[in-house]
Design a protein around this ligand. Structure first.
Ligand SMILES: Cc1cc2nc3c(=O)[nH]c(=O)nc-3n(C[C@H](O)[C@H](O)[C@H](O)COP(=O)(O)O)c2cc1C
Length: 418
């Protein structure tokens, strides 16, 4: 019976344990988590989502404060279109977050950055260009293009000296999305080094509509494999979404996948950025509590725990400090939903906004508990303690469980007293 460890992810002459820990913004996939994956010979991701906030927290910087100071005059204004990111500061924050992570890297694995196109930041092209170039300058091993079709993203870095040496990959949820990407980037004469195929059971935003349940990861992977074979394209495929045991991973690897990307199991690792009380909510979750809804202003459905404090919370938009979801003309659908409720309930202090959420503030505060479909199985991966809470895991324990387990077994950690 095969184990994940019987397979290797190959990039050129280099080999890696074929386990990729997916990017989880905002700093849920921390540097510590990614560093563990690399130390263990696999692939870790950090994320550049809300990088100003992340750099402030990690390095005691003042990027958010500075931006808020600059735009304080606009806080009460319903129109947020004047709020712009300082591109120099954005490059600096990205360089800090990524540079310090890469300096700390040990072991043979890779560290990639998850770069979401939907973080349009009131200047989609300019800010994405700065984010990707700063990541390459700071020595990141590679960039995973996420949350968007990224039809112009390669072009934004094609003149960068590392364009051909850094690993560049994309997350897609359909053959069509991959075909479009390949067609639009053909001009740069560079194929992606890997394609993450993300199915409907993943955490975060989904590349499907509300009919996500009608799709199945294995079928999408097989479609893409068939296409690549017919086109004689040799691009490693990395299925993601619902790979919960080593044996789930093996079934994809035996069918030709180069690696698997996983995330949910690591949300309860002590290296993960979620606060411990939130991690306990993930452990405790029941299947009924895992919902997919449309409250994200990105326009993509998102999976989350139904008891997330963000749901229905009518907090005032804080684009002067954040503003990552502002589109090219300074709009965000949460602002519209919020302003509608303000107009309908004049003088009410604590508003409820049900149809959209202020994604920046809620993710920053860890109040939107996005999660994968199998979060309700996390309780089977640890011990329940006498006080009803669950024993935290280490990233190494989870990584090794994926790497060495057979028969869909999940190794429990050494029990601790308590
Ligand atoms: C808490 C959480 C946050 C996530 N955030 C992001 C993100 O910011 N960007 C992204 O591309 N994918 C995100 N994902 C998706 C993962 O990177 C990964 O592809 C997917 O969840 C793998 O499936 P699994 O969680 O069933 O293992 C997130 C997943 C989780 C669980």
């Amino acid at each position: 019976m095969k184990r994940v460890d019987d397979f290797r992810l190959r990039f050129g002459k280099k080999e890696y344990v074929p386990i990729v820990i997916g990017g989880m913004g905002v700093d849920i996939s921390t540097a510590e988590l990614a560093l563990e994956a690399a130390r263990l010979g696999g692939v870790g991701h950090i994320s550049d989502a809300m990088v100003n906030t992340v750099a402030d927290r990690r390095f005691n910087a003042k990027f958010v404060k500075e931006k808020l100071k600059q735009y304080k005059f606009n806080v009460a204004n319903t129109d947020k279109s004047v709020v712009q990111f300082d591109l120099g500061a954005l490059a600096e924050a990205t360089t800090m977050h990524i540079g310090k992570t890469m300096e700390a890297k040990r072991g043979e694995g890779l560290i990639l950055v998850n770069c979401m196109e939907k973080l349009t930041m009131n200047a989609p092209k300019e800010t994405l260009r700065v984010r990707m170039r700063a990541a390459l300058d700071a020595g990141i091993d590679g960039i995973t293009l996420a949350a968007g079709l990224h039809l112009g993203s390669f072009a934004l870095i094609e003149d960068h000296p590392r364009f051909r040496d850094a690993k560049l990959g994309i997350i897609v949820s359909s053959l069509r999305a991959l075909q479009l990407f390949l067609r639009k980037t053909a001009r740069t004469n560079r194929l992606p080094d890997y394609v993450v195929v993300e199915g409907p059971l993943a955490g975060g935003h989904l590349g499907f509509g509300m009919d996500w349940a009608a799709f199945d990861l294995a079928t999408i992977v097989a479609d893409i494999q068939q296409f690549l074979r017919a086109e004689q394209l040799d691009i490693p495929l990395i299925p993601a979404g619902g790979v919960f045991t080593g044996s789930d991973a093996v079934s994809f690897l035996e069918n030709g996948a180069a690696a698997v990307q996983v995330a949910t199991r690591f949300t309860v690792a002590k290296e993960c950025g979620l606060p411990e009380d939130v991690q306990q909510e993930y452990f405790k979750a029941s299947e009924e509590q895992i919902v997919v809804n449309n409250i994200s202003p990105t326009g993509y459905p998102m999976r989350m725990l139904a008891n997330s404090p963000a749901i229905g919370d009518g907090i005032r938009p804080n684009c002067e400090a954040y503003g990552y979801l502002l589109d090219a003309s300074g709009h965000c659908s949460y602002i519209e939903a919020y302003n509608r409720e303000v107009a309908a309930h004049p003088g009410v202090k604590r508003l409820s906004v049900m149809d959209k959420t202020c994604l920046c503030t809620q993710m920053r505060n860890f109040d939107l508990w996005t999660c994968g479909h199998y979060t309700y199985r996390l309780k089977d991966t640890s011990h329940q303690l006498a006080d009803g809470s669950y024993q935290m895991l280490t990233a190494e324990h989870i990584f090794h469980d994926y790497q060495f387990s057979t028969d869909h077994q999940i190794a429990l950690p050494e029990p601790v007293a308590g």
